[in-house]
Design a protein around this ligand. Structure first.
Ligand code: GLU
Length: 549
């Protein structure tokens, strides 16, 4: 009996690997084209760090004319949830990080290198496991959980590394006859890799993000096929990324320490290893301590959070590029109006330690992104968001013509309004433009410098009686406010006031604030002239009168 006989006994029906090698040929792509992928487990949760990896992979394939695919890693069937693939597919779609190949719905896929769902690739893994068995590079292991536990205890008390290696690898030295005998007797087993490595030798690895790293060789006889017939991550990674002809593996740096094992697997399988780029996790400043964004503690760790909050997709992407590439900020400063697609992403500009997540910065980017949109775009986006998450806002936005006027205030000019950072801000920022909402509210007027009720009423009354003319253009409108200020003893120009503060009660800006607060209930709004134009005479007068009460 030889290795081949044992392999036949274990996997009698497995196809020869030449079948798969021919079925999935080298890709016909231009020199330098990167083939990369996003390979999440369908646990129903997409972490912002995962989206970040997918974005980096997409950028790298896009800029080189390569292929980006989505592979679903569902070999740990305990962790799966219903519709987990759909969640991933939709998240990528929401952020316009579209795979060229791979899963497109829960069950459908596109591309010639599939199946793209690992649980459907069982036969493929078994063929390669058989190939390893035939060459004596893998072996069946019959150790029970109890035996493994006992070994671990012995290792701990002997103060040596734990694991299945060297002298501790009991089943490694079983003869093929002994192994066959056990199998025929119905003993349970799994398949292990027979590592040729030695811990006292070093390997050098060049990581495209982390740079040069040295590791001891792997000497662990890791499991490649589990009791349920499915592969472990390590084995599936080697087989899949070989057959799918991945050239660059972009993944989380939790896998960096597995590189020695992975390179060894590629080598023993006779595959050319891909390049690796290990991404550091996104960190959070938690009261001065830097820690990973946690699925459990931080709502912003979930990609769904951004959609629910209505943070614009482009803002999230722009922010992620910002933390991904140190050159992005300068590029954006030099090219404020260019589309993100034009940014030349550089893998070697990625931070080696984890980038710090900053919500304030993200929302600030959100403001800029929204300020660049047309009123129509702002309308479409907020309406779409409202339909899903805010029925009240949806109702408010039903009158599209009026909403376009509201969103059009101070927009499309050189310094557009910057008050909306996310779609969930819209209601707050437009509420006062809707009289039905405004007049139902119990008002508190946050007056500032001028806050004496009598004085305020005097200003408002004089404005309505003498100075308000809704037909004025902007210049005339403001000139009249100045006149009003002058009439009541306020400086018509801030300059004049500053030069001689004792000569005046306050200045025209303070008078404007009174009008603004009375009109909107806010100290900060976009252009008041435009607001009055959109509200119209009747509403303006009514509001100023109400404020006098
Ligand atoms: N399923 C693995 C994970 O989610 C994939 C890692 C990889 O990209 O190879 O961590």
């Amino acid at each position: 009996m030889n290795y081949k006989d044992l392999a036949d006994l274990i996997f009698p029906d497995a196809k020869d690997i030449s079948y798969y090698e021919e079925k999935y040929p080298e890709r016909n792509l231009p020199e330098g084209a990167v083939v990369s992928r996003f390979a999440p487990s369908p646990t129903g949760f997409v972490h912002i760090g995962g989206l970040y990896q997918a974005l980096v992979a997409k950028e790298m394939t896009k800029k080189t004319g390569g292929v980006f695919f989505l592979r679903v890693e569902d070999t740990d069937q305990k962790r799966e949830v219903e519709n987990g693939v759909t969640g991933i597919v939709n998240s990528l779609k929401d952020f316009d990080i579209l795979p060229d190949e791979g899963m497109v719905t829960e069950t459908e896929e596109k591309g010639n290198y599939g199946p793209y769902k690992q649980s459907l690739r069982k036969e493929i893994y078994q063929s390669y496991a058989k190939y390893m068995l035939e060459q004596g590079k893998a072996y069946p292991c019959f150790c029970t959980t109890e035996e493994l536990e006992e070994t671990r205890k012995k290792q701990e008390s002997a103060k040596v590394r734990t694991g299945y290696y060297g002298v501790w690898a009991k089943c490694r030295n079983l003869s093929v006859e002994e192994a066959a005998e056990k199998i025929k007797n119905g003993e349970n087993y799994i398949i292990r890799f027979k590592s040729p490595g030695r811990e006292d030798r070093k390997i050098k690895h060049h990581d495209l993000i982390k740079g040069n790293v040295d590791f001891p060789e792997n000497d662990q006889d890791i499991v490649i096929i589990k009791a349920d017939g499915l592969p472990t991550y390590h084995f599936a990674h080697a087989v899949d990324d070989h057959l799918m002809r991945t050239t660059l593996v972009i993944r989380s740096d939790e896998w960096l320490s597995s590189v020695p094992l992975h390179l060894q697997l590629f080598h023993e399988l006779g595959f050319k290893a891909p390049k690796y780029a290990h991404i550091s996790p996104i960190m959070k400043n938690d009261n001065g301590n830097k820690r990973k964004l946690s699925k459990r503690k931080d709502p912003e760790a979930a990609v769904s959070y951004y959609k629910e909050e209505g943070i614009p997709v482009d803002a999230v992407k722009e922010y992620l590029l910002n933390i991904a590439n140190s050159t992005f900020e300068n590029w954006r400063r030099a090219n404020p109006d260019k589309s993100l697609d034009e940014f030349d992403f550089q893998l070697n500009k990625m931070s080696v330690s984890g980038a710090l997540f900053d919500m304030v910065k993200l929302l600030d980017i959100g403001k800029t992104v929204i300020s660049r949109m047309t009123a129509e775009e702002v309308y479409e986006n907020s309406f779409k968001w409202a339909q899903e998450y805010d029925k009240e806002l949806e109702k408010v936005l039903e009158d599209k013509d009026y909403a376009l006027k509201v969103f059009g205030i101070e927009r499309g000019n050189k310094k557009p309004r910057k008050d909306i950072s996310k779609w969930s801000d819209v209601m707050y920022n437009i509420e006062y433009m809707y009289d039905a909402l405004f007049s139902n509210k119990d008002m508190e007027y946050p007056y500032q410098v001028i806050n004496d009720k009598e004085e305020i009423n005097k200003i408002l009354k004089l404005y309505i009686d003498k100075y308000y003319n809704e037909k004025d253009d902007k210049q005339a409108w403001f000139d009249r406010i100045k006149e009003l200020a002058g009439e009541l003893g306020y400086a018509k120009e801030v300059k004049e006031y500053k030069a001689n503060p004792d000569a005046y009660k306050a200045h025209v800006g303070d008078v404007s604030t009174v009008l603004r607060v009375a009109l909107t209930g806010r100290t900060n709004t976009p252009d008041m002239y435009e607001i009055m134009q959109v509200l119209g005479k009747e509403v303006v007068t009514k509001r100023l009168e109400r404020a006098m009460r």
